[in-house]
Ligand binder design. Structure first.
Ligand SMILES: Cc1cc2nc3c(=O)[nH]c(=O)nc-3n(C[C@H](O)[C@H](O)[C@H](O)COP(=O)(O)O)c2cc1C
Length: 244
């Protein structure tokens, strides 16, 4: 649900009603707990029930709180109690261990993983292993280097300029880099790279000097991914519109 809609439960009611009538299969909703505050949270949860939503994914922050505030898992727990459908807890689920903590704290049916899925695409396997008491797969830095190659291959070399491909890859490295070194050296070096050769040289230096080392499961403390995603930009511009 677009974050701005959270200010207007009457409009949410109309949209959910129209969509429920149009959708014959499962109908899921993803939303935050509010826009600037949580005053519409409970009325909107009641609409989730009224329109027989099949699954609710809930990011436990308001739009105003962006991506870096604490996550209000207590609101997610409240939603679990209040609505009839299963709820997925979302926000800062960074590893298999945090999944277990968040599930215990919220009573949610499952978790939704955002940024950490980009940083560590092995997280889903690790979560399944953790929850079934199996040993966790631990990717190495060499595995991460291979993952970066696969990401780069998704850009089409012949049609996209090198600079654009480099910038595309940097969006992903922004998240991956949180678990590469404790000082954030990889992140600051890769952000300065201009060419493919420079960028891959930096990747090789940080990931292939000791390729056998394990890739950290959590982001290193204090190593922050720059807020650069499109969704965040859209939400920020909605907030700016609200302030003016
Ligand atoms: C690159 C990126 C793209 C996103 N795109 C969407 C989107 O299209 N729709 C949406 O509801 N949320 C989107 N989000 C928000 C995530 O689904 C998620 O709610 C948020 O990142 C918090 O979860 P996390 O702490 O696990 O990242 C996006 C987040 C990122 C980082």
């Amino acid at each position: 649900m677009g974050g701005g809609l959270l200010r207007d439960p009457a409009q949410v009611n109309r949209i959910l009603s129209e969509m429920r009538n149009a959708i014959s299969g499962l109908f899921t909703v993803k939303m935050r707990i509010g826009f600037a505050d949580t005053s519409t949270f409970e009325p909107i949860l009641d609409l989730i029930d009224r329109h027989r939503i099949d699954l609710l994914s809930l990011h436990g922050r308001t739009v105003k709180e962006g991506y870096h505030s604490v996550v209000h898992y207590d609101y997610i727990a409240q939603a679990v109690q209040r609505v009839n459908c299963p709820v997925l807890a979302n926000g800062n689920v960074t590893s298999a261990a945090t999944t277990a903590t968040v599930l215990a704290q919220t009573g949610a049916a499952g978790v939704m993983v955002g940024r950490s899925a980009i940083r560590n695409p092995w997280i889903f396997k690790q979560i399944r292993q953790y929850l079934t008491h199996q040993p966790l797969s631990v990717p190495t830095l060499a595995d991460v280097r291979h993952y970066i190659d696969l990401l780069y291959q998704t850009t089409t070399a012949s049609t996209v300029a090198e600079r654009s491909r480099v910038n595309f890859l940097k969006k992903y490295l922004n998240f991956i880099g949180q678990s590469v070194d404790t000082e954030g050296g990889f992140l600051s070096a890769m952000r300065r790279a201009q060419t493919e050769t420079e960028l891959f040289g930096i990747c090789d230096r940080y990931l292939l000097t000791h390729p056998e080392l394990p890739f950290a499961q959590e982001p290193y403390p204090g190593i922050i991914a720059r807020p650069s995603c499109e969704t965040e930009r859209q939400e920020t511009s909605q907030l700016e519109a609200l302030r003016t």
